[in-house]
Write a protein that binds this ligand. Sequence first.
Ligand code: AMP
Ligand code: ZN
Length: 466
Amino acid sequence: MPIKLYNTLTKQKSEFEPLNKDEVRIYSCGPTVYSYAHIGNFRTYVFMDNLRRVLEYNGYKLKHVMNITDVGHLESDADEGEDKMEKAAKKEDKSPYEIAKFYTDAFFKDMDKLHIERPEIIAKATEHIDDMLEFAKEIVKNGYGYETSTAIYFDVSKLDKYPILSNRNVDEQIAGARVDVDPEKRNPYDFAIWIKAPANHIMKWDSPWGLSYPGWHLECSAMGRKYLGEEFDIHTGGVDHIPTHHENEIAQSKGACGKVPAKVWMHVEFLQVDGGKMSKSLGNVYTITQLEEKGIEALAYKMFCYTAHYRTKLNFTFEGAHSSQKALNRLRESYINHRNSNETIDSEKIEEYKNKFLEAINDDLNMPLAMSVVWEIARNEVKSSKLADLLIDFDKVLGLDLANSQKYLNEQKEVELPNEVTQLINERKKAREEKKWELSDELRDKIKDYGYIVKDTKEGMTVEKI
Ligand code: AMP
Ligand code: ZN
């Protein structure tokens, strides 16, 4: 069955054909590691995970690069303000490298909790300075770059067309531009590919233009080309990347090698909170840890993301997230019920579910529709391990770790248990490990006195309130 993907470049949903038959090459813009990633950022990475898994489910091998921005991302995407890494380093009284390491580790910890597959290649900007410098030199050599007292700028007027990704009309924007334009720029929308470092700037490297550092957009162009070639299949990011970051990435690649780097450009709409923008001043920029503190697992947040198509805005509320947590637990229970039963189910019915699911995910990753098929299976009156197998098959795309359903349910129940009961359970686990069956039964009775019943199943022990 063909896969259809929406392409921001063509503004159309069309059949996906990789440039190389068996391998799909993808570049995803990764995090700027100056702070904890928030749940909005993770909506974008959950989408990235879905894309990977859908392609893999369809039999493709992947070569996927994600960058880690640890230098050069200024406070505004359009060359304004301080480098975010340097600002955080000053605030936390650490070196930018320490800041980068700390928040990169934190990022991957959350990625693992969300069961987001790791791209094959993780590329840190600071480890690719030579590649970026080479790219900048090519742009300048080809006549697309020029030097000012502060930076090397890309001259957008040299391109046949700019912009090509966003709908913005440059002339209109120039006329209405309210931003103070650097008087040394030839055109208001020229952007810095290489920035001359002020004396107090920590991250800087030797270059033909003195001690300096790369602009944010350049890292993605240079690392994309290094690992995936001048032309590859898919480029992903959030919608905020369309007008500046991705537009400028395309400009740079055209300037250096005359090509638009990716065939398909995919963008995720924003996660909003309580119907509005997430912002530090409103105190609603939540992290995965903050959700966990409120009893919402990372995987429940992932499932919450499946309540909307990636191209529509999604409104986060704690009420909605708690509902997703409950729904995830219900799905886990349904999976276990199917797993432990062996009623007869038509193979035609299984095929029908499989087709419906595949149709949904291959239609530009329609996860809400795919989840409706999952719920049909979960609620099926016939309980069969074949349906449990089907859910496990679909979980290759969902990435909800359904195979470990019992473990998660146990863990949650343990969290709510009184301390005395937890202690008795641990003693009973030890007794069973030591094959002291009589002691184990005695402990089971004691636990019962507290109002809890212990069951030993194939998947492990469960504890329920009587
Ligand atoms: P950053 O670390 O700021 O470079 O952002 C990492 C990714 O998260 C980028 O792809 C952004 O487009 C994306 N992003 C930022 N805010 C949101 C949001 N509220 N909802 C969805 N994606 C977002
Ligand atoms: Zn990027």
